[in-house]
Design a protein around this ligand. Structure first.
Ligand SMILES: [Zn+2]
Ligand SMILES: [Zn+2]
Length: 283
């Protein structure tokens, strides 16, 4: 591990799209892969969600290298799990992965989702192919844990069909909050996210729609479990967040649509930006 890596807190965006992958000419610049981000914290790897972006992360790894990582799930909708059977380290006995996830409204633990639903029922894997050392930990909204000695993690309830959980990750004096998927509340700012994001350096937020799309009377998105960039910006400002990141892009939002949103975002604050696949940011 180099000295620089051991002292850095980086965020990498491997998949930034919501709901379903959106490959094609119109999404080349922002990317079509679904939700997956990586926090590199003092040389440790923390992966949040395993959408199809997880495969891009894999491509940066060498088969021969041992892999040690921590993986966190917000929930188990397809766009957050589909890359997991293609996450090559799990086929190596030189991999140690500690998996965290929320106890969803179904009451099933993360281990059942990971080993039975994701790997056994939804992927063409043979028994015994997964050789990694896997550990599972169920988390509940409102929990606080410390991993690997000095990385503090707090969880918070999100507003999403069947439940989802956001994460606040603090290392030293730096904090990143990952809050997707979630729908804003009609009458007030969501206190769970305000608390989670309080004073954070960065908030990565489910800003799938624009306000206009969300409220469009002919195709309203009310009740679909996702929010808008305008509502996210309000939350970020109220919580005193330094940098607000628009994430979980609508699959029909082309690069041109996202460019137009970015212009509006930047006119509101130069610290607001749109997540792009492959982007790496120092926290
Ligand atoms: Zn999603
Ligand atoms: Zn979802």
């Amino acid at each position: 591990m180099s000295t620089s890596l051991s002292s850095q807190f980086l965020i990498r965006f491997w998949g930034v799209r919501g709901s379903i992958p959106a490959p094609g000419k119109s999404t080349l610049r922002y990317g079509g892969n679904t939700s997956c981000i990586e926090l590199c914290i003092g040389g440790r790897r923390l992966i949040f969600d395993g959408g199809t972006g997880l495969r891009s992360l894999c491509k940066t790894l060498k088969d021969s290298d041992p892999f040690r990582g921590f993986m966190f799930f917000t929930h188990y909708h397809w766009d957050h799990i589909q890359g997991v059977p293609f996450f090559t380290p799990i086929f190596s006995d030189n991999c140690h992965l500690t998996v965290y996830g929320n106890h969803t409204n179904t009451g099933d633990p993360v281990e059942k989702h990971f080993t039975e639903r994701i790997l056994r029922d939804s992927a063409p894997l043979m028994q015994g192919e997964v050789k990694a050392k896997l550990e599972f930990n169920d988390l509940y909204p409102g929990e606080k844990i410390v991993i690997d000695g000095d990385i503090e993690i707090r969880t918070g309830q999100l507003n999403h069909p069947n439940g989802a959980m956001g994460y606040r990750v603090t290392w030293g004096d730096k904090t990143v909050v990952y809050a997707t998927d979630t729908e804003h509340l009609p009458d007030r700012l969501d206190e769970n996210i305000l608390e989670l994001a309080d004073g954070a350096d960065m908030l990565v937020y489910d800003a799938m729609y624009t306000d206009e799309e969300y409220h469009n009377p002919r195709s309203s998105k009310v009740g679909w479990g996702h929010s808008t960039w305008q509502e996210g910006a309000k939350l970020a400002e109220a919580a005193g967040v330094e940098r607000f990141v628009v994430f979980h892009h609508e699959p029909n939002h082309s690069d041109d649509v996202l460019d137009a949103i970015e212009i509006e975002l930047k006119s509101r604050s130069k610290h607001f930006f749109i997540a792009r696949e492959g982007m790496e940011v120092v926290v």
